[in-house]
Ligand binder design. Structure first.
Ligand SMILES: C[S@@+](CC[C@H](N)C(=O)[O-])C[C@H]1O[C@@H](n2cnc3c(N)ncnc32)[C@H](O)[C@@H]1O
Length: 156
């Protein structure tokens, strides 16, 4: 199964790239994680934020391969602990479709993306900066995979 992380924002600092790559590389097994970056619109002084958000939403939707399961990362989504995430991952694999995980930019995800979600995943009640979200998601997926595969990385 391929999991595509489609995230608004590009040109991340090196620590973000390294953190994400560390877990994406480890996950490169029967579950493969890929990152697609959507360039964030320029937020100047008089920027039309709703227009920028709409454009980011259109680009995000266009990056999703046809038929993929869409899961949005939202503060107000469902909080999953690691065993629950591991169960979702198993269900995703059984389902046979690839998964697109959508991460928004500074103002979050466009309405279009939120409306398309089959599942909404919350990492915490805290609003996290979007670069950090990439790393937390990659690590959480790797941990869930290790639980499903009796790999010693995850300990109870
Ligand atoms: C800086 S946040 C956007 C904040 C925006 N005010 C909102 O409420 O969505 C950027 C993106 O990171 C993701 N994100 C941030 N915190 C999160 C959390 N606790 N759980 C899940 N996703 C989160 C979401 O995809 C969000 O669109």
């Amino acid at each position: 199964m391929r999991i595509q992380m489609i995230a608004v924002g590009s040109k991340m600092p090196a620590w973000v790239e390294q953190g994400y790559q560390e877990y994406a590389r480890r996950l490169n097994t029967d579950v493969q994680l890929q990152l697609i970056e959507i360039p964030a619109g320029k937020r100047g002084k008089n920027a039309d934020i709703s227009r920028i958000l709409q454009k980011e939403g259109q680009l995000t939707m266009a990056a999703i391969p046809k038929g993929n399961r869409i899961v949005t990362l939202e503060v107000k989504g469902k909080a999953w602990d690691t065993p629950q995430l591991a169960k979702h991952m198993q269900a995703w694999q059984m389902d046979g479709r690839d998964v697109s995980l959508l991460i928004g930019g500074p103002e979050g995800l466009a309405t279009e993306c939120i409306a398309a979600a089959e599942q909404k995943w919350s990492l915490s009640a805290l609003t996290l900066p979007h670069p950090l979200v990439r790393i937390v998601v990659a690590e959480s997926l790797y941990r869930a995979w290790s639980l499903n595969n009796n790999h010693p990385y995850h300990r109870e």
